[in-house]
Ligand binder design. Structure first.
Ligand code: SF4
Ligand code: FE
Length: 484
């Protein structure tokens, strides 16, 4: 397994085509806009070497018997699912932000099962190819970004009826040695600092949309692939020195849009090429695994936010106030409710025919639905306790100014024992972790709220529940059964 430093060195051996604010980044891995996200991913590599966290951060590969990063290991036992939740919380606590690698991990599991099932039914040879690719990923300890979401154009139309057929990524050419793909994938977490991109379909497709059912692995610097790094609130501050930058690990995952301009993918990297009936289950399972994650990673992030909010209350001298304690308790309640859902979804898992284990889809979607609300409520409480200073604090440059800096330090002093720098760092962290980018990520990441509600209703089986009510109340069988 690589250390963080080895991971960074391995990225520098690649030359991905990355744009940011209109410029191609000549040395992307030295650019201040990307550095916080690189540091965060590097932390996931370093923590895998910490003996205290070996059982959480690593696992024994069922492919090779070697110890590998848990981010490259399939959910091969129910315990793996529970350990993943523990890993998400730990990393959330250690970095206080999104550590990016879970999308790829959940994608590996979804593609493992989809390739196995496709081969079983259609006699294709996808699973062996995927097995070989995954083995290399484990052995070289590579980071794979999961790329699922297409731009989607007119959302009332399916992919093959869009005015521009490229609004969903698709196969434009089938060659004897591989396929050529064109299209885009958006909001792709961690892609700029990944080694590989695991491209997956965004929805199930009937036979007429077969070319849109494509799963494959593309190296980050493949010819024809361009990444456009997205903007975040306050992102220009990343390019400054000093306190206003906020956390060294940044906020959210460093998302980008990936443009595939006729990218050739050789057969050994193609894991689905037209088998649309297997795309739907792939997406649903990926979503279940990834939605359950949010109860773990957001709980870990909220631990840091809660700690920062409590510390700021201490600096303000309000921590002893019963109302402040009650609001902190409410934050704890919201955070632990999210976590409990993630643990529950893992505990009630079932084994897929391909051998790996799937979280309970109803609980997984419920977790994510809770996150879309609770992260906002936690942020509101942090704002309430932190005060207006979260949005009006003068800049770091003013605090360093020879003209006004002294006065600012004097008037922004807090409780004895805390420096104004400590106070400002707490404020900037809370600001970043409750900002638009962070909240929107919690709302739309892993699927927008309505996507969960569709699955929740489907999984809830209302007919069965109605039968329970009939039985308890002695209402007799439903009309259709009564006729028989
Ligand atoms: Fe992982 Fe959470 Fe980031 Fe998704 S949002 S990649 S689950 S840390
Ligand atoms: Fe996310």
């Amino acid at each position: 397994m690589m250390t963080g430093a080895q991971y960074l060195a391995s990225l520098k051996q690649r030359s991905p085509r990355i744009f940011y604010k209109g410029q191609r980044l000549e040395r992307p891995f030295d650019h201040p806009a990307l550095l916080p996200h690189l540091r965060t991913a590097a932390a996931t590599y370093d923590l895998a070497h910490d003996p205290r966290h070996q059982a959480t951060m690593t696992a024994v590969s069922h492919l090779t018997g070697a110890r590998v990063s848990r981010f490259t290991h399939l959910f091969w036992t129910p315990e793996d699912l529970l350990r993943k939740v523990a890993m998400l919380r730990l990393l959330g606590q250690e970095t206080g932000t999104c550590f990016q690698r879970c999308v790829g991990l959940d994608g590996l599991n979804a593609v493992w099962a989809a390739t196995w099932e496709t081969d079983q039914k259609l006699g294709t040879g996808y699973h062996a190819r995927f097995h070989a690719w995954l083995r290399r990923l484990q052995e070289q300890d590579l980071m794979a970004a999961g790329a699922m979401t297409d731009p989607k154009g007119d959302r009332s139309l399916p992919p093959w009826k869009q005015a521009d057929p490229d609004l969903y990524l698709h196969i434009v050419e089938r060659r004897p040695d591989g396929i050529v793909i064109r299209g885009a994938k958006t909001h792709i977490t961690g892609a700029v600092n990944s080694h590989e991109v695991l491209v997956m379909p965004t929805l199930g497709v009937p036979p007429e949309g077969a070319d849109y059912a494509v799963t494959c692995a593309v190296p980050i610097d493949a010819p024809g692939l361009t990444l456009v790094f997205g903007r975040q609130s306050n992102d220009e501050r990343k390019e400054e020195e000093g306190v206003d930058c906020g956390s060294p690990f940044g906020v959210v995952g460093g998302e980008s849009t990936l443009l595939f301009e006729d990218v050739f993918v050789p057969h050994e990297r193609v894991f689905m090429a037209g088998e649309g009936e297997f795309a739907g289950p792939l997406v649903d399972r990926f979503a279940a695994w990834h939605r359950a994650n949010y109860g773990g990673c957001k709980a870990g992030n909220a631990d840091v936010l809660l700690g920062a909010t409590a510390l700021l209350a201490e600096v303000h001298g309000t921590i002893g106030n019963a109302v402040v304690k009650d609001k902190l308790t409410e934050m704890v309640h919201l955070v632990e409710t999210n976590y409990a859902g993630a643990v529950g979804a893992a505990a009630l898992c079932t084994q897929l025919p391909a051998g790996n284990w799937l979280v309970d889809p109803l609980l997984a979607n419920t977790v994510k639905q809770n996150v879309t609300r609770f992260v906002y409520q936690v942020a509101r409480l942090a704002h309430d306790l932190g005060g207006g200073i979260l949005s009006t604090l003068p800049s770091d440059a003013d605090f360093r100014s020879s003209e006004v800096g002294g006065l600012l330090h004097k008037y922004f002093a807090g409780k004895a024992g805390f420096s104004t720098d400590d106070k400002r760092k707490l404020i900037r962290y809370i600001e970043g972790m409750t900002s638009v980018s962070t909240l929107v990520e919690a709302l739309h990441g892993a699927g927008s709220p309505q996507a969960q509600r569709i699955v929740m209703l489907r999984q809830a089986n209302l007919g069965e529940k109605a039968n329970l009510a009939r039985k308890v109340l002695g209402l007799g069988p439903p009309p259709a059964q009564a006729k028989k």
